[in-house]
Design a protein around this ligand. Structure first.
Ligand SMILES: [Zn+2]
Length: 327
């Protein structure tokens, strides 16, 4: 279905040639076109998970064509393709492939319930066979670049973007350099171990990592038995003063607050911007709790460090791919 995306925050430079913006999630893939006239031609489909392991890449190539048709842009005029995607990545002959637990059924085996036996999904190589200029980054990196360009991290050289959503993702910037690492997976701190809880199984297979404990998809798994079938139910109860819900949310903040502190202590950050649906819908309630984990603790590291809501709000993800390719 075609929709026109408004661009309240984002002005592209005059004369900016058309770029294609691709967002890949475990559930859906979305493609937009952008040029000096704006962002438009949005098409979206469930993420391809059947067939050969180039099915996702072929889906993206087809969706770019459909998005171009909607936007009135010739495919041949596309100057760059930005891809912001869930990870993690593996590199095969210099090209990014996805090894995402929600896409590749060969990682966890049949019990995971995915309709394929892929160990990776091809991505960069098939796209580069069609488009000369492709940039693939983790969606946390794309969101970080969007926040640095248009949002709450403008002018910040030592900063991070953190999404607290269905999963936990991050993008990291130190000394003005975006951190990538050997396979482009820097920022996967959602999969750092923080607990021996045996009820905290993450989709990645680890037990007791940050995402397994506090992500939106962990809440029904961990607290469904307490009557909280999803994040919304839990936070409505906590905000109404339900003692059990308040204690659970305080426990979630204990993990997330310490994670943010650890990021500051490890990377000497100045500002962290936080987005994602779990945080965003409860930011007035959660922000002071998270900030408290920095206040007064090891002042040489935390003095003046800010935790702020994402400047692009709920639209951070919409601009992640665009931020990767705008000149
Ligand atoms: Zn994990």
């Amino acid at each position: 279905m075609a929709t026109t995306t408004s661009t309240p925050f984002v002005q592209l430079p005059a004369g900016c040639p058309p770029v294609a913006c691709v967002d890949i999630g475990g559930t859906k893939v979305a493609v937009n076109m952008a040029d000096a006239q704006g962002v438009r031609g949005k098409v979206s489909e469930p993420t391809a998970k059947v067939g050969n392991n180039d099915a996702l890449a072929q889906q993206i190539i087809r969706l770019i064509g459909e998005s171009c048709a909607l936007a009135g842009i010739a495919v041949a005029d596309i100057s760059a393709v930005g891809v912001a995607t869930c990870g993690p990545f593996v590199i095969n002959q210099g090209m990014v492939e996805l090894a995402g637990p929600n896409i590749c059924g060969g990682l966890a085996g049949k019990a995971r319930g995915l309709p394929n036996d892929w160990t990776t999904a091809l991505l960069e190589a098939p796209l580069k066979a069609v488009f000369p200029n492709v940039r693939v980054e983790n969606d946390g990196v794309g969101a970080l670049e969007a926040e640095r360009r248009w949002g709450a991290l403008q002018g910040q050289d030592n900063c991070a973007y953190v999404t607290w959503s269905t999963g936990i993702g991050m993008g990291l910037c130190v000394d003005g350099h975006i951190l990538r690492g050997k396979n482009g997976n820097a920022g996967h701190a959602g999969h750092t171990f923080v607990s021996t809880n045996d009820d905290a199984l993450c989709g990645c297979g680890l037990v007791g990592d940050v995402e397994g404990l506090v992500a939106g998809n962990a809440i029904p798994r961990r607290f469904g038995k307490d009557g909280f079938a999803d994040a919304a139910t839990l936070f409505i109860a906590a905000r109404a003063g339900d003692a059990g819900a308040v204690a659970i949310v305080d426990g979630l903040c204990d993990v997330m607050g310490r994670t943010l502190f650890n990021m500051v202590a490890t990377l000497d950050l100045q500002r962290i911007s936080v987005g994602g649906s779990v945080f965003w819908h409860n930011r007035d309630y959660l922000l002071p709790k998270l900030q408290a984990y920095l206040q007064g603790k090891l002042p040489a590291l935390t003095q003046g460090v800010e935790i702020v809501p994402a400047g692009l709000g709920e639209q951070v993800g919409d601009y992640a791919a665009l931020a990767l390719v705008v000149p």
